[in-house]
Design a protein. Structure first.
Length: 573
């Protein structure tokens, strides 16, 4: 669900609303429906600005007594406008999770001029609000935001060297951070950790990364095989809250990572009776044996080739509709007595796969027809060359390759003759499996719908990687040393924790699950210095936060957040 901003004109007055909209799939494609409207606030519910210590983390508070001065109205001006809303919201989340307190405890004790906990906080908030390099943070982001007042650190004290050293200080806390956040998020949001979703991705480097032994070339999920990379394995809960991650060499095979993750997660959180949900790319016979060891349970995807074992079920009428456009079927096999299989068929996926297959057939047939004409005209006289071209065509269109019978012969006139035809039986068999996929599990007391619903939650792990790569700019990696790369990934992990904390907060307050919309909307709030020239010849400087508009006020009210009115005391210049 996501938020849609609405404004309505009534009786000559603009009224601000938010609509909570749900997107859902149908056989005819995605559709949207309005779940509810977050209307205007009444007079009693209007959010007011607060200046208490809980709302404004600055060491200075605004005086509550009225302070009267005669002001030259014509000389009133504003100065030093900076971004406030997003960094303030991020810092509020940081504190609610107890991260600032945790870092102060773990990173204190040195003779540093600026506490390392605050510097690490700057790195994480910058990654959440405006992902960029440490140099950009030091030279632009920090000075252009209100973090100097919120954290009490002057802009001239923040430089790239200090930020890099903070990365080095933060990295040794990785395992303790993961344990702390698992417990903290569980208590804050009432999370359950009975279901573990595991997935793997890769992220690439700019540069040669010669000082990082983990940076290697391998299968690139970013379509950058020309760059070195590392692989990142992530474990999240059923709500998508991150529990931990590990970094592997860039050429690591997917299936070899599961054993390491199982051992680390269970040594860290215990061997409770948890269900592991794993994509088919991570499944091998060795991994299935690992997952089957008590008390572990699993729900995994299977290779497409395994559908052959259930051809009769594909043709049966025992499908159960669990939602529009999706059917499932409970299957058992004498070969796999301790497991059950869930055969799934999606109308939307079927249409997509059929369209892909049709395009592949058209490309293959066009290429074969062209070769056939060239052979008949005597333009192709070497059989080995023609066979290589046929092999390339079949490789490029491997989805439908087995549907065609192709033969190259020599004719009496020393010409080559290419003959090919399509096997309708193979095509029909391929079309029967379009839109189908197979799940396997050792959970025997769940219904088809429960098993399918648990498996599709794997999309939370995929979404985590998507958000980290796009919104949090996980890629590309510019660091060249192994420790700095590890610390960069830890900062991205913590920023994603803040992202998911905001998403859970929005969900609990009935604001859907689109934290980016809320972050952007609150991020438009700024702080600036208001200069008031007095009759006595002095000037009063007030560091004021801009008043939220109606849409922002509605969001702040539902989130239970209160903006400070000012960040510093009145100051006479």
């Amino acid at each position: 669900m996501y938020l849609r901003k609405l404004t309505r004109q009534k009786d000559g007055k603009a009224h601000a609303y938010w609509a909570l909209v749900a997107s859902y799939r149908t056989a005819r494609g995605p559709r949207q429906r309005v779940v509810t409207y977050l209307g205007e606030l009444d007079e009693q519910a209007q959010p007011t600005t607060h200046t208490s210590e809980a709302s404004a983390p600055s060491p200075h508070t605004t005086a509550t007594k009225p302070l009267w001065r005669e002001i030259n109205v014509q000389g009133v001006r504003t100065e030093n406008g900076r971004a406030f809303g997003a960094v303030w919201l991020g810092l509020e989340l940081f504190k609610r999770l107890g991260l600032l307190e945790f870092l102060r405890e773990k990173l204190s004790g040195g003779k540093e001029e600026i506490p390392w906990a605050e510097v690490a906080t700057i790195l994480v908030l910058a990654r959440l609000v405006e992902p960029s390099s440490e140099l950009y943070i030091a030279e632009h982001f920090y000075a252009q935001s209100a973090l100097s007042e919120l954290l009490g650190i002057p802009a001239e004290k923040v430089n790239d060297d200090r930020l890099y050293r903070a990365l080095d200080k933060l990295l040794p806390c990785k395992e303790e951070l993961e344990k702390f956040l698992k417990e903290r998020m569980g208590s804050l949001f009432g999370l359950q950790y009975d279901l573990m979703l595991y997935d793997l991705t890769s992220t690439y480097f700019e540069g040669q990364a010669e000082k990082n032994p983990q940076a290697k070339r391998g299968y690139s999920r970013d379509k950058r095989p020309d760059c070195k990379q590392v692989c990142i394995a992530l474990v999240v809960s059923r709500e998508g809250m991150p529990l931990g991650y590990e970094v592997f060499d860039g050429n690591t095979r997917e299936s070899t990572t599961l054993k390491t993750i199982l051992e680390k997660m269970e040594s860290r959180y215990g061997q409770a009776r948890r269900i592991w949900v794993v994509d088919r790319g991570l499944v091998s016979q060795e991994n299935l044996k690992l997952l089957a060891q008590p008390p572990r349970q699993y729900i995994v995807g299977t290779p497409r080739s395994m559908l052959k074992k259930f051809e009769q079920q594909l043709l049966s009428q025992n499908w159960q509709t669990i939602r529009e456009g999706l059917e499932v079927q409970y299957c058992t096999s004498a070969e796999y007595r301790e497991e059950v299989f869930i055969l799934c068929r999606s109308a939307e996926r079927k249409a997509k796969e059929h369209a892909i297959a049709e395009r592949a057939r058209q490309r293959l047939e066009a290429g074969l027809t062209k070769l056939e004409k060239q052979c008949a005209a005597g333009k192709r006289t070497q059989a080995s060359v023609v066979e290589r071209k046929i092999g390339r065509l079949l490789t490029q269109n491997s989805r439908v390759a087995r549907e065609y019978h192709i033969e190259v012969q020599k004719s009496d006139k020393h010409k080559l003759r290419l003959q090919w035809h399509k096997d309708p039986t193979q095509q029909k068999r391929a079309e029967q499996s379009e839109g189908c996929y197979l799940l396997r599990t050792n959970i025997t007391n769940w219904s088809e719908e429960e098993l399918w619903s648990a498996y599709v939650q794997l999309s939370h792990a995929e979404a985590a990687f998507r958000i980290q790569k796009s919104d949090l700019a996980l890629r590309p990696i510019w660091h060249q040393k192994e420790e700095r790369v590890q610390a960069h990934l830890l900062v991205c992990f913590l920023a994603y924790v803040l992202w998911k904390a905001l998403a859970q907060l929005c969900k609990s307050k009935g604001l859907g699950n689109e934290p980016r919309k809320v972050l952007d909307e609150i991020g438009r709030i700024q702080v600036c210095d208001v200069i008031l020239p007095t009759k006595a010849g002095t000037e009063i400087k007030l560091r004021c936060v801009t008043k939220p508009d109606k849409h922002q006020s509605i969001l702040l009210h539902h989130l239970g957040l209160h903006l400070p009115a000012r960040l510093t005391q009145n100051a006479e210049l």
